[in-house]
Design a protein around this ligand. Structure first.
Ligand code: AMP
Ligand code: TRP
Length: 333
Protein backbone atom coordinates (compact mmCIF):
# COMPACT_ATOMS: atom_id res chain seq x y z
CA UNK A 1 0.00 0.00 0.00
CA UNK A 2 1.25 3.47 -0.76
CA UNK A 3 2.10 5.85 2.04
CA UNK A 4 0.21 9.12 2.17
CA UNK A 5 2.39 11.75 3.76
CA UNK A 6 1.19 15.08 5.12
CA UNK A 7 3.23 17.66 6.96
CA UNK A 8 3.22 21.36 7.60
CA UNK A 9 5.73 24.08 8.36
CA UNK A 10 4.86 27.48 9.75
CA UNK A 11 5.94 30.43 7.62
CA UNK A 12 7.66 32.21 10.43
CA UNK A 13 10.87 33.18 8.65
CA UNK A 14 14.50 32.44 9.36
CA UNK A 15 14.48 28.72 8.63
CA UNK A 16 17.66 27.21 10.05
CA UNK A 17 19.78 24.09 10.06
CA UNK A 18 17.50 22.52 12.70
CA UNK A 19 14.47 22.88 10.41
CA UNK A 20 16.49 21.44 7.54
CA UNK A 21 17.92 18.40 9.34
CA UNK A 22 14.87 17.83 11.56
CA UNK A 23 12.18 18.25 8.92
CA UNK A 24 12.85 19.37 5.35
CA UNK A 25 15.64 16.88 4.52
CA UNK A 26 13.28 14.15 5.65
CA UNK A 27 10.42 15.55 3.50
CA UNK A 28 12.68 15.27 0.46
CA UNK A 29 13.65 11.68 1.26
CA UNK A 30 9.98 10.72 1.68
CA UNK A 31 9.08 12.42 -1.59
CA UNK A 32 11.70 10.33 -3.37
CA UNK A 33 10.52 7.01 -1.94
CA UNK A 34 8.67 4.72 -4.28
CA UNK A 35 4.94 4.48 -3.55
CA UNK A 36 4.65 7.67 -1.53
CA UNK A 37 2.22 10.52 -2.12
CA UNK A 38 3.33 13.65 -0.32
CA UNK A 39 1.47 16.80 0.61
CA UNK A 40 3.49 19.63 2.17
CA UNK A 41 1.65 22.62 3.50
CA UNK A 42 2.82 26.09 4.44
CA UNK A 43 0.59 26.56 7.46
CA UNK A 44 -0.17 30.27 7.46
CA UNK A 45 -3.42 29.77 9.40
CA UNK A 46 -1.30 28.34 12.19
CA UNK A 47 1.08 31.29 12.00
CA UNK A 48 -1.64 33.83 12.84
CA UNK A 49 -2.32 32.19 16.21
CA UNK A 50 0.29 34.69 17.37
CA UNK A 51 0.48 38.29 16.14
CA UNK A 52 1.95 38.70 12.66
CA UNK A 53 2.90 41.69 10.59
CA UNK A 54 1.03 41.25 7.27
CA UNK A 55 3.97 42.26 5.07
CA UNK A 56 6.36 40.04 7.00
CA UNK A 57 3.92 37.15 6.78
CA UNK A 58 3.68 37.51 3.02
CA UNK A 59 7.47 37.56 2.75
CA UNK A 60 7.85 34.55 5.05
CA UNK A 61 5.37 32.46 3.06
CA UNK A 62 7.47 33.03 -0.05
CA UNK A 63 10.68 32.35 1.80
CA UNK A 64 9.37 29.07 3.18
CA UNK A 65 8.27 28.00 -0.27
CA UNK A 66 11.64 28.96 -1.76
CA UNK A 67 13.38 26.98 0.98
CA UNK A 68 11.27 23.90 0.24
CA UNK A 69 12.11 24.04 -3.45
CA UNK A 70 15.79 24.92 -2.93
CA UNK A 71 16.12 21.93 -0.58
CA UNK A 72 14.83 19.53 -3.20
CA UNK A 73 11.05 19.38 -2.89
CA UNK A 74 9.65 19.05 -6.37
CA UNK A 75 6.21 20.47 -7.16
CA UNK A 76 5.84 17.84 -9.89
CA UNK A 77 6.22 15.06 -7.32
CA UNK A 78 4.71 16.58 -4.18
CA UNK A 79 1.70 18.78 -3.60
CA UNK A 80 3.01 22.03 -2.13
CA UNK A 81 0.49 24.66 -1.12
CA UNK A 82 -0.54 27.37 1.25
CA UNK A 83 -3.04 26.37 3.97
CA UNK A 84 -5.26 29.48 3.81
CA UNK A 85 -5.88 28.97 0.08
CA UNK A 86 -7.86 25.78 0.75
CA UNK A 87 -10.97 26.73 2.71
CA UNK A 88 -11.68 23.15 3.79
CA UNK A 89 -8.96 23.52 6.45
CA UNK A 90 -10.90 26.21 8.31
CA UNK A 91 -14.20 24.39 7.88
CA UNK A 92 -12.73 21.10 9.02
CA UNK A 93 -11.15 22.76 12.03
CA UNK A 94 -14.53 24.11 13.15
CA UNK A 95 -16.30 20.78 12.75
CA UNK A 96 -13.54 18.93 14.59
CA UNK A 97 -13.52 21.51 17.37
CA UNK A 98 -17.04 20.32 18.13
CA UNK A 99 -15.69 16.76 18.39
CA UNK A 100 -12.54 17.45 20.43
CA UNK A 101 -13.00 17.81 24.20
CA UNK A 102 -11.74 20.68 26.37
CA UNK A 103 -10.11 18.13 28.65
CA UNK A 104 -7.98 16.84 25.76
CA UNK A 105 -6.80 20.30 24.74
CA UNK A 106 -6.10 21.28 28.33
CA UNK A 107 -3.36 18.67 28.38
CA UNK A 108 -1.41 20.16 25.47
CA UNK A 109 1.99 21.17 26.77
CA UNK A 110 2.88 23.37 23.80
CA UNK A 111 -0.05 25.69 24.56
CA UNK A 112 1.12 26.00 28.14
CA UNK A 113 4.64 26.84 26.97
CA UNK A 114 3.56 29.27 24.28
CA UNK A 115 0.85 31.00 26.29
CA UNK A 116 3.25 31.43 29.20
CA UNK A 117 2.08 32.94 32.46
CA UNK A 118 -0.73 35.01 31.04
CA UNK A 119 -3.07 32.42 29.51
CA UNK A 120 -6.01 34.84 29.56
CA UNK A 121 -4.28 36.92 26.92
CA UNK A 122 -3.49 34.06 24.53
CA UNK A 123 -5.67 33.90 21.42
CA UNK A 124 -8.37 31.27 21.17
CA UNK A 125 -6.61 30.21 17.97
CA UNK A 126 -3.45 29.36 19.89
CA UNK A 127 -5.49 27.12 22.18
CA UNK A 128 -7.41 25.48 19.31
CA UNK A 129 -4.35 25.15 17.06
CA UNK A 130 -3.98 21.35 17.47
CA UNK A 131 -7.56 20.92 16.19
CA UNK A 132 -6.65 22.82 13.01
CA UNK A 133 -3.59 20.60 12.71
CA UNK A 134 -5.85 17.53 13.00
CA UNK A 135 -8.08 18.89 10.21
CA UNK A 136 -4.99 19.42 8.00
CA UNK A 137 -3.98 15.80 8.36
CA UNK A 138 -7.40 14.14 8.26
CA UNK A 139 -8.61 15.96 5.13
CA UNK A 140 -5.94 14.18 3.10
CA UNK A 141 -6.37 10.69 4.60
CA UNK A 142 -2.70 10.88 5.56
CA UNK A 143 -1.25 7.60 6.75
CA UNK A 144 2.06 9.04 7.97
CA UNK A 145 2.97 12.42 9.38
CA UNK A 146 6.64 13.39 9.68
CA UNK A 147 7.01 15.76 12.62
CA UNK A 148 9.52 16.76 15.26
CA UNK A 149 9.27 15.37 18.77
CA UNK A 150 7.50 18.52 19.96
CA UNK A 151 4.49 17.70 17.76
CA UNK A 152 4.01 14.14 19.00
CA UNK A 153 1.31 15.10 21.49
CA UNK A 154 -0.62 17.00 18.81
CA UNK A 155 -0.55 13.93 16.64
CA UNK A 156 -1.93 11.78 19.42
CA UNK A 157 -4.74 14.30 19.78
CA UNK A 158 -5.37 14.05 16.03
CA UNK A 159 -5.71 10.28 16.37
CA UNK A 160 -8.17 10.69 19.26
CA UNK A 161 -10.23 13.20 17.28
CA UNK A 162 -10.39 10.89 14.25
CA UNK A 163 -11.53 7.94 16.35
CA UNK A 164 -14.08 10.01 18.22
CA UNK A 165 -15.57 11.38 14.99
CA UNK A 166 -15.81 7.89 13.48
CA UNK A 167 -17.51 6.60 16.64
CA UNK A 168 -19.87 9.52 17.23
CA UNK A 169 -21.11 9.46 13.66
CA UNK A 170 -21.04 5.74 13.27
CA UNK A 171 -18.77 5.98 10.25
CA UNK A 172 -16.01 3.48 10.88
CA UNK A 173 -12.75 4.24 9.10
CA UNK A 174 -14.03 7.46 7.51
CA UNK A 175 -11.27 9.53 9.08
CA UNK A 176 -8.00 7.65 8.77
CA UNK A 177 -5.98 7.38 11.97
CA UNK A 178 -2.43 8.52 11.03
CA UNK A 179 0.94 7.31 12.31
CA UNK A 180 3.62 9.77 13.39
CA UNK A 181 6.99 9.54 11.68
CA UNK A 182 9.51 10.82 14.16
CA UNK A 183 13.15 10.78 13.14
CA UNK A 184 15.17 8.63 15.50
CA UNK A 185 18.44 10.41 14.97
CA UNK A 186 19.12 14.11 15.18
CA UNK A 187 15.50 15.02 15.70
CA UNK A 188 16.73 17.88 17.89
CA UNK A 189 19.55 20.07 16.65
CA UNK A 190 20.72 22.20 19.54
CA UNK A 191 21.83 25.83 19.83
CA UNK A 192 25.49 26.47 18.97
CA UNK A 193 25.76 28.49 22.16
CA UNK A 194 24.01 26.15 24.60
CA UNK A 195 23.77 22.43 23.95
CA UNK A 196 20.77 22.05 26.22
CA UNK A 197 18.55 24.42 24.20
CA UNK A 198 16.99 23.70 20.81
CA UNK A 199 18.30 25.63 17.83
CA UNK A 200 15.48 28.08 17.32
CA UNK A 201 14.54 31.07 15.21
CA UNK A 202 13.33 32.83 18.34
CA UNK A 203 16.74 32.75 20.07
CA UNK A 204 17.84 36.39 20.34
CA UNK A 205 21.43 35.46 19.45
CA UNK A 206 21.98 34.89 15.73
CA UNK A 207 25.22 33.09 16.65
CA UNK A 208 23.10 30.29 18.16
CA UNK A 209 21.90 29.06 14.77
CA UNK A 210 22.89 28.57 11.17
CA UNK A 211 20.23 30.12 8.98
CA UNK A 212 19.64 28.54 5.61
CA UNK A 213 20.28 31.95 4.08
CA UNK A 214 23.66 32.50 5.81
CA UNK A 215 26.66 33.34 3.63
CA UNK A 216 29.83 31.27 3.70
CA UNK A 217 31.69 33.70 5.99
CA UNK A 218 28.83 33.79 8.47
CA UNK A 219 28.75 30.00 8.64
CA UNK A 220 32.50 29.76 9.21
CA UNK A 221 32.36 32.43 11.89
CA UNK A 222 29.42 30.85 13.71
CA UNK A 223 31.07 27.44 13.81
CA UNK A 224 34.34 28.97 14.96
CA UNK A 225 32.48 30.64 17.83
CA UNK A 226 30.33 27.60 18.66
CA UNK A 227 30.69 26.50 22.26
CA UNK A 228 32.78 23.39 22.99
CA UNK A 229 34.59 22.39 26.16
CA UNK A 230 38.11 22.06 27.47
CA UNK A 231 38.43 18.31 26.97
CA UNK A 232 39.77 16.69 23.80
CA UNK A 233 37.66 15.23 20.99
CA UNK A 234 35.90 12.12 22.28
CA UNK A 235 37.17 8.65 21.42
CA UNK A 236 33.76 7.01 21.80
CA UNK A 237 30.09 7.82 22.29
CA UNK A 238 30.32 6.92 25.96
CA UNK A 239 29.46 9.84 28.25
CA UNK A 240 28.94 12.05 25.23
CA UNK A 241 25.53 13.09 26.56
CA UNK A 242 27.39 14.90 29.34
CA UNK A 243 29.02 17.05 26.65
CA UNK A 244 25.90 18.32 24.84
CA UNK A 245 27.66 20.96 22.70
CA UNK A 246 30.22 18.49 21.41
CA UNK A 247 27.58 15.84 20.84
CA UNK A 248 25.51 18.35 18.88
CA UNK A 249 28.37 19.41 16.58
CA UNK A 250 29.32 15.80 15.92
CA UNK A 251 25.65 15.05 15.29
CA UNK A 252 25.39 17.85 12.73
CA UNK A 253 28.47 16.49 10.95
CA UNK A 254 27.09 12.94 10.95
CA UNK A 255 23.65 14.01 9.80
CA UNK A 256 24.89 16.22 6.96
CA UNK A 257 27.26 13.53 5.73
CA UNK A 258 24.57 10.81 6.17
CA UNK A 259 27.01 8.91 8.33
CA UNK A 260 26.60 7.07 11.63
CA UNK A 261 27.55 9.15 14.66
CA UNK A 262 29.91 6.32 15.67
CA UNK A 263 31.87 6.72 12.43
CA UNK A 264 32.07 10.49 12.82
CA UNK A 265 33.43 10.08 16.34
CA UNK A 266 36.03 7.64 15.05
CA UNK A 267 37.01 9.98 12.21
CA UNK A 268 37.82 12.86 14.58
CA UNK A 269 39.05 10.97 17.61
CA UNK A 270 42.42 12.31 18.77
CA UNK A 271 42.17 15.40 16.52
CA UNK A 272 41.86 18.85 18.01
CA UNK A 273 38.70 20.93 18.03
CA UNK A 274 39.94 23.52 15.58
CA UNK A 275 40.62 20.85 12.98
CA UNK A 276 37.18 19.32 13.54
CA UNK A 277 35.54 22.73 13.29
CA UNK A 278 37.31 23.45 10.00
CA UNK A 279 36.01 20.18 8.59
CA UNK A 280 32.54 20.88 9.93
CA UNK A 281 32.50 24.39 8.42
CA UNK A 282 33.52 23.00 5.05
CA UNK A 283 30.76 20.43 5.16
CA UNK A 284 28.07 22.88 6.28
CA UNK A 285 29.11 25.36 3.59
CA UNK A 286 29.14 22.60 0.97
CA UNK A 287 25.60 21.49 1.89
CA UNK A 288 23.96 24.79 2.81
CA UNK A 289 25.52 27.20 0.31
CA UNK A 290 23.81 25.73 -2.75
CA UNK A 291 20.50 25.88 -0.89
CA UNK A 292 20.96 29.50 0.16
CA UNK A 293 22.03 30.54 -3.36
CA UNK A 294 19.01 28.81 -4.81
CA UNK A 295 16.69 30.45 -2.25
CA UNK A 296 17.96 33.87 -3.32
CA UNK A 297 17.48 33.05 -6.99
CA UNK A 298 13.96 31.75 -6.43
CA UNK A 299 12.93 34.78 -4.39
CA UNK A 300 13.62 36.91 -7.46
CA UNK A 301 11.20 34.85 -9.51
CA UNK A 302 7.81 35.81 -8.09
CA UNK A 303 5.86 34.36 -11.00
CA UNK A 304 7.46 30.95 -10.67
CA UNK A 305 6.73 30.84 -6.94
CA UNK A 306 3.11 32.00 -7.32
CA UNK A 307 2.55 29.42 -10.01
CA UNK A 308 3.76 26.64 -7.73
CA UNK A 309 1.34 27.74 -5.02
CA UNK A 310 -1.51 28.03 -7.49
CA UNK A 311 -0.95 24.55 -8.91
CA UNK A 312 -0.57 23.18 -5.39
CA UNK A 313 -3.80 24.89 -4.34
CA UNK A 314 -5.70 23.30 -7.24
CA UNK A 315 -4.48 19.80 -6.41
CA UNK A 316 -4.94 20.14 -2.64
CA UNK A 317 -8.35 21.77 -2.95
CA UNK A 318 -9.61 18.91 -5.10
CA UNK A 319 -8.75 16.36 -2.40
CA UNK A 320 -9.79 18.42 0.62
CA UNK A 321 -13.08 19.74 -0.74
CA UNK A 322 -14.19 16.21 -1.58
CA UNK A 323 -13.45 15.04 1.94
CA UNK A 324 -15.16 17.99 3.62
CA UNK A 325 -18.26 17.44 1.48
CA UNK A 326 -18.50 13.84 2.72
CA UNK A 327 -17.86 15.01 6.25
CA UNK A 328 -20.76 17.45 6.06
CA UNK A 329 -23.07 14.76 4.72
CA UNK A 330 -22.14 12.47 7.59
CA UNK A 331 -22.90 15.22 10.10
CA UNK A 332 -26.32 15.87 8.59
CA UNK A 333 -25.72 19.23 6.90
P1 AMP B 1 9.03 25.30 13.50
O1 AMP B 1 9.90 26.22 12.77
O2 AMP B 1 9.28 25.26 14.98
O3 AMP B 1 7.57 25.42 13.13
O4 AMP B 1 9.44 23.85 13.03
C1 AMP B 1 9.30 23.38 11.69
C2 AMP B 1 9.82 21.96 11.66
O5 AMP B 1 11.24 21.93 11.95
C3 AMP B 1 9.16 21.03 12.69
O6 AMP B 1 9.00 19.75 12.14
C4 AMP B 1 10.15 21.01 13.82
O7 AMP B 1 10.06 19.86 14.61
C5 AMP B 1 11.49 21.10 13.09
N1 AMP B 1 12.50 21.76 13.95
C6 AMP B 1 12.49 23.02 14.42
N2 AMP B 1 13.58 23.28 15.17
C7 AMP B 1 14.32 22.13 15.17
C8 AMP B 1 15.56 21.75 15.77
N3 AMP B 1 16.30 22.59 16.51
N4 AMP B 1 16.01 20.50 15.56
C9 AMP B 1 15.30 19.64 14.81
N5 AMP B 1 14.13 19.92 14.20
C10 AMP B 1 13.63 21.16 14.39
N1 TRP C 1 2.08 22.40 14.19
C1 TRP C 1 3.23 22.14 13.34
C2 TRP C 1 4.45 22.92 13.87
O1 TRP C 1 4.29 23.93 14.51
C3 TRP C 1 2.96 22.52 11.93
C4 TRP C 1 1.78 21.78 11.37
C5 TRP C 1 0.55 22.31 11.12
C6 TRP C 1 1.75 20.44 10.98
N2 TRP C 1 -0.25 21.36 10.58
C7 TRP C 1 0.44 20.19 10.48
C8 TRP C 1 2.69 19.40 11.01
C9 TRP C 1 0.04 18.93 10.04
C10 TRP C 1 2.29 18.14 10.56
C11 TRP C 1 0.98 17.91 10.08
O2 TRP C 1 5.57 22.53 13.57
Amino acid sequence: MSKKIFSGVQPSGNLHLGNYLGAIKNFVELQNEKDSECVYCIVDLHAITVKQNPNELKKNIKETLATFIASGLDPKKSIIFNQSSVSAHSEGAWILSCVARMGWLNRMTQFKEKAGKDKEKASIGLYAYPVLMAADILLYDATHVPVGNDQKQHLELCRDIAQRFNNDFNSPDFLKVPEPLIQKHFSRIMSLKDGTKKMSKSDPSDLSRINLTDEKDEIINKIKKAKTDTMSMPGSGENLSKRPEVENLLGIYASLSSQDLKDTIKQFSGKNFSEFKENLSELVVEKINPISNEIKKLLDDETYLSNILFEGFQKADKIASKKIKLMKEIIGF
